[in-house]
Design a protein around this ligand. Structure first.
Ligand code: FES
Length: 153
């Protein structure tokens, strides 16, 4: 099988990996780079568990090939905390107990980080709309919205 060498700038660290051309960004992160914070739920773009930021924008990492991301800047949940301090969105999720099983949480948090930086959500309804690509099987939605509102404040 044909393998390709690519470089991803993951959480500000350049990482060169040699992968099969059909490897998704999700599998490259989890299997080749050991960054298992990004979760695989549906593996076909429906749940949002695999959400990461590519050049600051939300991407379902199961839907893109890693080779398409060559030289891109990828941020995963492992890259949010800085200098021993949680990112404000991570802290808000803890403060509001905004999870139950926790499987969707990394994707929820990455999505929330992006929507806050985009500045598009002004109220709870808009947060719900902009977070609608992230499914929570436990139904923690009210607490997720409350956490995002805290992080936006
Ligand atoms: Fe990518 Fe569900 S695992 S959207």
């Amino acid at each position: 099988p044909s393998k390709v060498a690519i470089t991803l700038h993951v959480n500000d660290v350049p990482r060169t990996l040699t992968i099969a051309s059909w490897t998704t960004l999700l599998d490259a992160l989890r299997n080749d780079l050991g960054l298992t914070g990004t979760k695989k739920g549906c593996d076909h773009g429906q749940c949002g568990a695999c959400t990461v930021l590519v050049d600051g924008r939300r991407v379902n990492s199961c839907l893109v090939l890693a080779i398409m991301m060559n030289d891109a800047r990828v941020t995963t949940v492992e890259g949010l905390a800085k200098d021993g301090a949680l990112h404000p969105v991570q802290q808000a999720f803890i403060d509001h107990d905004a999870f139950q099983c926790g499987y969707c949480t990394p994707g929820q948090i990455m999505s929330a980080v992006a929507l806050i930086s985009e500045g598009r959500a002004r109220n709870a309804d808009e947060i719900r709309e902009l977070m609608s690509g992230n499914i929570c099987r436990c139904g923690a939605y009210p607490r997720i919205v409350a956490a995002i509102q805290q992080a936006m404040a």
